[in-house]
Design a protein around this ligand. Structure first.
Ligand code: CTP
Length: 416
């Protein structure tokens, strides 16, 4: 870590559920990014993971009681010094105690003192998560500004499945860093429907070959993550992506070709309040798709000369449908532009022309090529408005860029 980026003080609270072992991965992720991590388990958490493990991973002594190290007044000091606090896993019990403002162990008293961003990552059985008491407690914490993540769906401790699994440790750590960077998402998009395209489309040549691109889908999934944290109902129409965890509570519709993606967007767009097209769409497809594998020595030379035909432009079509009244006028449409500069125009100028051509409300533009952006965890560029405004987005995590884009959507005027 350079002197410009001193380690930030993060408190990781751990409560007593089976997912407590996953807290070790959260601690490690935060530590590896160079931050100073202090672990505050509840007494019950130590039934699952020993204090020695937390001490070894964090490099700090661990205690659970307000009566430990009283001379250092640590039940107050740890919370006062924290720049971010995360509780992972948060059981139904700890959520209830936080909602009630209890301070009956070191973790809850630390939370009561803290004025920094607080991320709560719940893990519990589905019935407990859906119980009216827990629903009310979660709503209370969100009203007070805490970021309560939606738990993941999936296999729980027993044979049952449903919402209640702890979100992936890297999703939790990313959200903590987002909050530290000043982009803590507010829970203000409850009832808002967000449609996001992500990843790259692929066009089949034959049963084994396709034309595609290097899109990882990371920026689209980061947008979905932030929209979920803001309380929105999120659908991702995903082409080919890296293996990425699905943001808790988001629905993913997998597609392969541009036309599949166009069909899915056409179906979902009229119901959406915000549409963000982060996908890298294949502009052309082979004129014919062979039913069996093409042979390189064959007479028809199909592999040597591939005839291409143009695909529909999903973004431009969606904007046109809004003009035609098939999509509500208030729907906000956001595009992306991956550009390279050339002899006559800069990447920014190309992006500005693209925004005009496509007619969307906002466009996130970035410069690509030579390993820039595709597949990376960070992004940078410009956020362009239909009014000609240009906001520079400095180098940041794709999650932070996503937060920035969705904040700009508020400026366009969301019906809320
Ligand atoms: N897009 C789309 N349908 C297409 C191509 C692109 O919806 N057939 C969307 C992308 O998801 C992105 C925006 O349009 O939001 C710009 O994509 P880009 O590939 O940069 O634009 P193109 O129209 O393909 O322009 P270029 O000629 O620069 O490739």
């Amino acid at each position: 870590m350079s002197e410009l980026n001193p380690p930030r003080k993060i408190v990781v609270g751990v409560s007593g559920g089976i997912a407590a072992y996953k807290a070790c991965h959260v601690i490690r992720d935060l530590k590896e990014a160079g931050d100073d991590v202090r672990v505050v388990p509840t007494p019950n958490a130590l039934n699952f993971v020993g204090a020695v493990t937390f001490e070894a991973l964090s490099g700090h002594r661990v205690s659970t009681s307000v009566f430990d190290a009283v001379d250092e007044v640590q039940h107050v000091r740890i919370g006062q010094e924290a720049q971010a606090l995360v509780i992972a896993p948060a059981t139904a019990d700890v959520i209830a105690r936080l909602a009630a403002g209890r301070a009956d162990d070191l973790l809850t008293s630390t939370v009561l003192v803290a004025t920094c961003p607080i991320v709560v990552a719940p893990a519990m059985h589905t019935e407990m998560w859906l119980n009216a008491a827990t629903r009310a407690n979660v709503a209370t914490l969100r009203e007070r500004g805490m970021i309560v993540m939606e738990p993941a769906h999936g296999r729980l401790t027993g044979k049952d499945t449903g919402p209640g699994r702890l979100p992936e440790p890297n999703q939790i750590a990313d959200l903590v860093r987002l909050a530290l960077d000043g982009h803590a998402p507010r829970f203000d998009w409850s009832g808002t429907k967000v449609l996001i395209t992500a990843g790259g489309t692929q066009e089949a040549l034959d049963p084994v070959r396709f034309l595609g691109n290097r899109s990882s889908g990371r920026q689209g999934y980061a947008l979905a993550e932030v929209a979920v944290q803001r309380g929105a109902e999120v659908t991702i129409v995903a082409g080919a992506t890296d293996k990425l965890p699905v943001p808790s509570g988001a629905t993913v519709i997998k597609v392969v070709s541009t036309r599949d993606m166009a069909d899915a967007v056409a179906r979902l767009a009229p119901e959406s309040d915000v549409i963000v097209m982060a996908a890298a769409v294949a502009d052309f497809r082979p004129a014919t798709q062979a039913g069996s594998k093409l042979k390189k020595g064959a007479d028809d030379q199909s592999l040597a000369r591939i005839e291409l035909i143009e695909n529909p432009d999903i973004l431009a079509t969606t904007v046109q449908r809004r003009r035609d009244g098939q999509i509500p006028a208030g729907t906000v449409i956001v595009g992306f532009a991956a550009e390279t500069g050339d002899a006559t125009h800069s990447a920014l100028e190309h992006a500005q022309a693209k925004l005009q051509r496509k007619g969307c409300d906002l466009m996130m533009a970035n410069e690509v090529g030579e390993g820039k952006v595709f597949g990376e965890a960070r992004n940078r560029g410009w956020l362009l408005g239909a009014d000609g405004s240009v906001t520079e987005v400095s180098d940041a995590s794709k999650l932070a860029v996503a937060a920035h884009i969705l904040e700009a959507v508020d400026g366009v005027g969301l019906p809320n």
